[in-house]
Design a protein around this ligand. Structure first.
Ligand code: G6P
Length: 612
């Protein structure tokens, strides 16, 4: 949720820290702060401000200098976004500074303990408790004090610590919140996201849970909280700086929508076997036992949150129709707290763009506790979920920065289709059917491109409806989850109330809302249930509803019963969501822009939800 960055070296690091925060601003953006220390004159400076990082920048003048520093951008959990609650936090005696991403769950009892020792608090945060707990344990060794304090903590953390008494080092530690170390020359970094360090170094070490790192200018020593020294692998960041820049687009979200022809291609690169009419996923076939468990599963649970949950619903339709395996899709947050029935032949698939979503991670742990094989579908390479799962498939969609997920969704649908086709071909899908699907996959990027070329039509429609107060999104079959996703996109960035529904279910409730002020979006492509959807459109028109249809090229009939029509190319049923969602992403985007909202940083939301 929050983003943290740290630097230790010989150069002034203020610019690096601020730029590093900007790269992770999408994780949280209600307040930010920076602490820097200059070794040569022992000067230390703490600057914090409410609002976006641009606000923090305004408070930083030439007096803010240092060659060691820690920084933080916040998404509030404990205490409203104000100056006192912003990080870095400082201990009572003013010697220890801390930035923290995560939640200290037992902070109330720790607070009572500290109060007994005479500590007082200026903020409402759990982080201030932790920094004072470290001070309580401090007897001249900051590494030891951090370890001892963390052993008392329940909850999650990715932290960076600096002590004025030992200014030659930074301490980093993680449990449940992402953290990595960037390796430089006579300088080193820590960050919650590789995007913060990629400009400086491509070499990183991903920290795992209950690990601590002692970082100096020349070295990084990794240990467990029990003091065992670890030998860690140095990995190379899988993307380049240009991948995390807007590259001329007004917003990351627009860039990511327009990138989809490429990201769809990247998600299937090397995975299509046209000659055999099937697909191949290295992340699964390299783990034959795990993959066999999936192929022979008697039941699959797919767990996910948000947009990933919508792609999971599409996965359910695909896997049941073609791979013939019963599938249940669960919100990860529900799965983790109920008692799902896991038999030896149950497999759990977890879908997560970020690979860090706390509820999805907890659902994975719960599934593993109960003995299930767990397979991950993630975008972020090296993410916690990608490491926690038994095997998995990466999306290879590149960094997604816009808070509203777009390209990750289409890549998730692609990966689910690839898995489905491979399993189905091992069962009863014929070569001919498999071949047809793989051929459709191959041309999908160019079909997506043709929808994007038509973006001006969608922009015009957006202008007409930007003042609507409610929207209804309706679809059936594979496009019911797309209706949910279209409504979610609109809610997230334009703050217009929108609901997605299975089109036929409309008459059991939402139909009561329909009048001349209610735009209703129908996904009405020429598929097997097209006629049924047309009937639903007529039901809306009979009640004066305003109909916007997403329809197939060449379908002239739909023009007669719709007020506005966005035409798209056809593809095979299980791939259609990849195309039908694109106009809905664009519609949400253009409506939000029309309303002058900050599309990439919608209010109250965060890109990566690492708290429960
Ligand atoms: C947040 C994001 C959504 C995302 C959801 C799940 O709510 O704002 O865009 O779909 O988390 O995230 P994940 O990274 O697990 O896919």
């Amino acid at each position: 949720m929050c983003g943290i960055v740290g630097y230790i070296g010989k150069k002034d690091c203020v610019r690096f820290l601020v730029d590093g925060l900007k790269r992770v601003e999408y994780r949280g953006y209600d307040s930010a702060g920076i602490f820097v220390y200059r070794e040569k004159d022992k000067r230390s400076t703490l600057v914090k401000n409410v609002g976006k990082i641009a606000e923090l920048e305004k408070s930083i003048d030439s007096s803010v200098v240092g060659n060691i520093g820690i920084a933080h951008t916040r998404w509030a959990t404990h205490g409203e976004p104000n100056h006192d609650n912003s990080h870095p936090h400082v201990s009572n005696n003013g010697s220890i500074y801390l930035v923290h991403n995560g939640i200290i769950e037992n902070y109330t009892s720790l607070k009572k303990k500290l109060e007994k020792h005479g500590f007082s608090f200026y903020s409402e945060t759990d982080t201030e408790i932790l920094v004072n707990l470290i001070q309580l344990h401090y007897t001249g060794d900051i590494e030891k004090a951090v370890k001892e304090a963390l052993l008392e903590v329940k909850g999650t953390y990715g932290i960076g610590v600096f002590s004025l008494n030992e200014p030659d080092k930074l301490i980093a530690a993680r449990l449940g919140s992402p953290l990595l170390i960037g390796i430089g020359k006579n300088e080193n970094y820590f960050a919650s996201d590789p995007a913060s360090v990629v400009k400086k170094t491509a070499e990183v070490v991903y920290m795992q849970d209950r690990e601590i790192a002692v970082i100096t200018k020349e070295s990084v020593v990794h240990k467990t909280l029990d003091d065992e020294v670890l030998k860690k692998n140095i990995e190379t960041i899988a993307f380049e700086l240009s991948d995390i820049e807007k590259s001329g687009y007004d917003h990351f979200m627009l860039k990511e929508i327009f990138e989809q022809p490429k990201t769809i291609t990247d998600s299937m690169r090397g995975r299509l076997l046209l000659e055999e009419g099937t697909t191949k996923l290295g992340g699964l076939s390299e783990h034959p036992e795990i993959y066999r468990a999936l192929i022979n599963a008697e039941k699959i649970y797919i767990v996910a949150c948000g947009t990933s949950w919508h792609s999971a619903l599409i996965g359910e339709y695909m896997l049941e129709e073609y791979a013939k395996i019963p599938v249940e899709v669960e919100y990860a947050s529900e799965f983790r707290y109920r008692d799902p029935i896991i038999t030896p032949k149950t497999v759990v698939i977890a879908i997560s763009q970020s690979g860090e979503t706390a509820d999805t991670l907890a659902a994975i742990k719960e599934a593993k506790r109960k003995g299930a094989v767990v397979i991950g579908i993630c975008n972020v390479v090296g993410s916690t979920i990608s490491k926690e799962t038994d095997a998995g498939v990466y999306l290879h969609a590149g960094p997604e920065i816009g808070v509203a997920s777009t390209k990750a969704f289409t890549s998730q649908v692609i990966v689910l289709a690839l898995i489905t086709i491979d399993i189905a071909r091992r069962k009863n899908l014929s070569f001919r059917q498999g071949y047809k699907m793989v051929k459709e996959l191959k041309i999908l990027p160019s079909l997506a491109e043709s929808i994007l070329e038509n973006s001006n039509t969608i922009k015009e429609i957006a202008k007409k409806f930007s003042s609507a107060r409610n929207f209804l999104y309706l679809g059936r079959g594979y496009n019911f989850p797309v209706a949910l996703e279209g409504a979610l996109k609109l809610k997230e960035i334009s703050y217009i109330h929108a609901e997605g529904y299975p089109a036929a279910e409309m008459k059991h409730g939402p139909i009561a809302l329909i009048d001349e002020n209610m735009p209703v979006i129908f996904i009405a492509i020429k598929d097997t249930i097209y006629d049924k959807v047309v009937t639903n459109i007529k039901e809306v028109k009979a009640r004066n509803g305003v109909v916007i249809s997403i329809a197939s090229y060449g379908d002239d009939e739909i023009d007669k019963i719709s007020d506005y029509v966005i035409k798209i190319p056809d593809t095979t049923n299980l791939l259609s969501p990849v195309l039908t969602v694109i106009p809905l992403q664009l519609l949400a985007y253009y409506i939000a822009v029309e309303k002058r909202f900050n599309v990439d940083m919608p209010r109250n939301l965060a890109k990566s939800v690492t708290v429960e």
